[in-house]
Design a protein around this ligand. Structure first.
Ligand code: GUN
Length: 297
C-alpha cells in the first residue's frame, strides 16, 4: 500500500506571497503608490468576518493598501451598487472584492456585475468569466487558480490527464474546469445529479472536490496514485462536546491510502486562495498601469 503525500499548501502560498511582496515593492517604487485592495463585507456572518480579517492582514503584510468597507445587513441594493461604483472610480483601488454570500434580499450577481472587470480580483464578473472561457488574459477566481498552481507544482505538465471536478459552482467548479481544460486535461464536471459518482471519480488522475459536503468523496473512490485537491471547508461537530473541527469534501484519512497526493484541510487549498487574491490584486495593479505582470506570478 502506498501512502499518499499531503500537499503543503501553506508552503506554496508562502512562496507566492514572497514573490508578490517583491513585486509590490517594485510597483510602489516605479508608480509612487502602493497597489490597493478594497474588500466589502455586508452583515455579520462570523465566517465571512474571519476571511475578511485575514485578507486585510495579508494585504498589509505584503505592503499593499487595504480598504475595508463593513456595511450592515440592512443595506439596500442601490447603496451597495453606489459603493461599488465609488470603488470603480477610485484610482487607489486596484482590486474590489465583495465578500459572498450576501444577505438574501440583495442580488449578488448584480452587485458582482457592477465591478469594473479590470478590478475584478475575484474573477466573477461576466467579462472575467468570458475572458477565461476564451483563453484571453484576465483575472481568474482565486480558489481554482490556487488549486491549479498546487497541481502543477505536484505533477508538472497536466497535458492529457483525466480530471474530474466534483461541483459546478460559479466560484470554483466551473472556472476550475476551464483552467484544467486550458492546461490540456480531459475534463469531466460531476455534480449532484451525476450517476455513479464513485466510478466517475475512479477514472480520474486528478480529482477536484468542491461540493461543500463534509467528507462526501470516499477514500476508495480514488484511483491509485491520483492527485486530490480538496476545496471543501466544512465545520462539523468534534468528538469533544461543544467543539467543532474543519473537514474537507474528501474523506482524507481514507483517501490517503489510495491517492498519490492530497491537499489537507486545513492547510491545503485555503492558504493558496488568499495568496492568489494577493497575486490578483498585484496583477490588476500592473495591468491597470499598462505594465506587463511580472514573470512567475
Ligand atoms: N466567500 C467564500 N469564498 C469567496 C471568494 O472566493 N470570494 C468572495 N468574494 N467571497 C467568498
Amino acid at each position: 500500500m502506498t501512502l499518499g503525500k499531503r500537499i503543503d499548501g501553506k508552503a506554496l502560498a508562502a512562496r507566492l506571497q514572497e514573490k508578490v511582496a517583491q513585486s509590490v515593492t517594485a510597483f510602489t517604487q516605479s508608480q509612487g503608490r502602493k497597489p490597493g485592495l478594497a474588500v466589502v463585507l455586508v452583515g455579520d456572518d462570523p465566517a465571512s468576518a474571519v476571511y475578511v480579517r485575514s485578507k486585510h492582514r495579508m494585504t498589509l503584510q505584503l505592503g499593499m493598501e487595504s480598504f475595508e468597507f463593513v456595511r450592515p445587513a440592512t443595506i439596500d441594493q442601490d447603496e451597495l451598487l453606489e459603493l461599488v461604483e465609488e470603488l470603480n472610480g477610485d484610482p487607489r483601488v486596484d482590486g474590489i472584492l465583495v465578500q459572498l454570500p450576501l444577505p438574501a434580499h440583495l442580488d449578488a450577481q448584480a452587485v458582482v456585475n457592477a465591478i469594473n472587470p479590470d478590478k475584478d480580483v475575484d474573477g466573477l464578473t461576466p467579462v472575467s468569466t468570458g475572458r477565461l472561457a476564451l483563453g484571453l488574459p484576465g483575472l481568474v477566481p482565486c480558489t481554482p487558480l490556487g488549486s491549479l498552481m498546487l497541481l502543477k507544482e505536484e505533477l508538472g505538465d497536466l497535458s492529457g490527464k483525466n480530471a474530474v471536478v466534483v461541483g459546478r459552482s460559479i466560484l470554483v467548479g466551473k472556472p476550475m474546469a476551464q483552467l484544467l481544460l486550458a492546461a490540456n486535461c480531459t475534463v469531466t464536471v460531476a455534480h449532484s445529479r451525476t450517476q455513479d459518482l464513485a466510478s466517475v471519480v475512479h477514472q480520474a488522475d486528478i480529482v477536484v472536490a468542491a461540493v461543500g459536503q463534509p467528507e462526501m468523496v470516499k477514500g476508495d473512490w480514488i484511483r491509485p496514485g491520483a492527485a486530490v485537491i480538496d476545496v471543501g471547508i466544512n465545520r462539523v461537530p468534534a468528538q469533544e462536546e461543544g467543539k467543532t473541527r474543519l473537514v474537507g469534501d474528501v474523506d482524507t484519512a481514507g483517501a490517503l491510502s489510495h491517492a498519490g497526493a492530497i491537499t489537507p484541510v486545513p492547510g491545503g487549498v485555503g492558504p493558496m486562495t488568499i495568496a492568489v487574491l494577493m497575486r490578483n490584486t498585484l496583477a490588476a495593479a500592473y495591468m491597470r498601469a499598462g505594465l506587463p505582470v511580472p514573470e512567475g506570478l
